[in-house]
Design a binder for this molecule. Structure first.
Ligand SMILES: [Zn+2]
Length: 435
């Protein structure tokens, strides 16, 4: 694996004339326009030593220089919601009509037939290698944990998390349905997740006993000291209101752990006053949210031979305006739920800006793929460009948003501990043996 810089000091480096989103800096910097500041970044021993307004400190003679000439620099990217265990099954797990129901069926059949440790490992690591090459430093992945898969995937997950430490910080979430939470299995699963240092999760929809399921889920999490990460209301049914019930359950149970809710597509089709009341409860309960727009576009409002009208992206502006922590993430990659994707968080950001009009102004939205998910994951050294954090940076040639968001940024430079890594992507032919 082409990684340098860990375990030995790197030479001092100045990254000069870099545009950095103001929301990822700390201290007073002038806004050049578009929420961007022009700074010089000093790197020493693999960490950021100083961040100063451009030209305010002269460069010592003996240090290396990268002149960004106004190009943007971001901290390492953070992907808060993925499915690395499902990734890249698309060539063998056909979704015949592209709908959500067919995706569930295709993924279930593939899991039952093929998800051996070797199979999951090969696809999981392929995803990590793509993510690393694009500049990712931290990933949270959901892990299908319906029996007997949990006994295969969780030990493998623990092994890969250790093997990738120092390259990508990985967190795992147990993904099950209300059926597994209700059953005695729920207790065993919570034990396994706690032993494995994971997070407890569930898909929620309007099952008749939803409040009882949620009370059991919150009790299992509290008893085991676990945070929660849920797939919530991933549909365009305005009657899908489990987000509100989760907020009420968090308040009713006085839950002290963190709660993250993903998707929440149905908010986009509910009356504004109803969505607003739900978001007020979400804020009160201290719940964070993550939008997954690329996967929503693929699955929502799909019917054969008919052009989609409603696109399923959740209410990002309204969520942010209420002061709720909101991140953006990729969700699935080359599987029956989303046939495309390359584990590139910058692609997610670019698409989200276009889909949800996050550009008048872009403002603090770069934090949604860096600083905010790092905070939700409890990774204090990630997501910001400040003194003392590792010099794990993504350098772009392009300067302003109309440049950065117009191209895929395939020529970006990824620094880890201040040194460039090999950005070659693994080839899909590597996966041919798995089909
Ligand atoms: Zn998901």
């Amino acid at each position: 694996m082409p990684m340098q810089g860990h375990g030995h000091a790197t030479n001092a480096l100045r990254i000069a004339n870099a545009r950095v989103p103001l929301c990822l800096l700390e201290g007073e910097f002038a806004d050049l326009g578009e929420g961007l500041a022009l700074v010089d970044i000093e790197v020493a021993d693999g960490a950021i030593a100083a961040v100063t307004a451009v030209g305010t400190k002269s460069k010592p003679q003996d240090i290396a220089l990268i002149d960004q000439d106004g190009g943007q620099v971001w901290p390492g990217l953070v992907n808060l919601h993925t499915h690395l265990d499902k990734g890249h099954i698309r060539p063998r797990a056909e979704n015949p009509d592209g709908t959500f129901g067919a995706a569930l069926e295709a993924a279930r059949a593939d899991r039952r037939a093929r998800w051996s440790p070797e199979d999951v490992r090969a696809r999981f690591e392929f995803g990590l290698r793509c993510a690393l090459a694009h500049g990712t430093v931290a990933i949270r992945t959901h892990l299908d944990s319906l029996p007997p898969q949990e006994r295969i995937t969780w030990p493998l997950f623990c092994e890969l998390r250790a093997a990738w430490a120092g390259r990508i910080d990985i967190q795992g979430v147990a993904l099950v349905t209300p059926d597994e939470i209700r059953a005695p299995f729920g207790e065993a699963l919570a034990d396994l997740v706690a032993e494995s240092g994971g997070i407890l999760g569930c898909v929620t929809w309007m099952v008749p006993d939803l409040d009882a399921v949620l009370d059991r889920l919150f009790a299992l999490a509290a008893e085991h000291g676990l945070d929660l990460d849920l797939h919530v209301d991933e549909s365009l049914d305005p009657g899908a209101r489990s987000l509100r019930r989760i907020a009420e359950a968090a308040l009713r149970n006085r839950f002290e752990g963190k709660v993250l809710c993903g998707h929440c597509c149905s908010l986009s089709v509910q009356p504004p006053e109803e969505a607003s009341a739900t978001l007020e409860l979400v804020r009160e309960a201290g719940i964070a949210m993550v939008g997954l727009p690329m996967c929503n576009l693929y699955l929502q409002d799909r019917a054969p031979g008919r052009t989609p009208r409603r696109r399923g992206a959740t209410l990002l502006h309204e969520i942010a305006a209420r002061g709720i922590a909101v991140a953006l993430a990729s969700d699935n990659c080359r599987d029956p739920f989303f046939a495309y994707g390359d584990h590139d968080v910058l692609e997610v950001f670019r698409e989200a800006v276009r889909i949800s009009h996050l550009d008048r102004p872009v403002g603090a939205w770069p934090a949604a793929v860096t600083r905010t998910p790092a905070g939700i994951m409890g990774l204090q050294e990630r997501g910001r460009i400040v003194p003392g954090v590792p010099a794990d940076l993504v350098l772009f040639r392009d300067r302003v948003w109309s440049e950065l968001l117009s191209r895929p940024q395939a020529d970006r430079v990824v620094l880890r501990a201040g040194r460039p890594i090999d950005r070659a992507l693994p080839g899909y032919r590597e996966l041919d043996g798995l089909s």
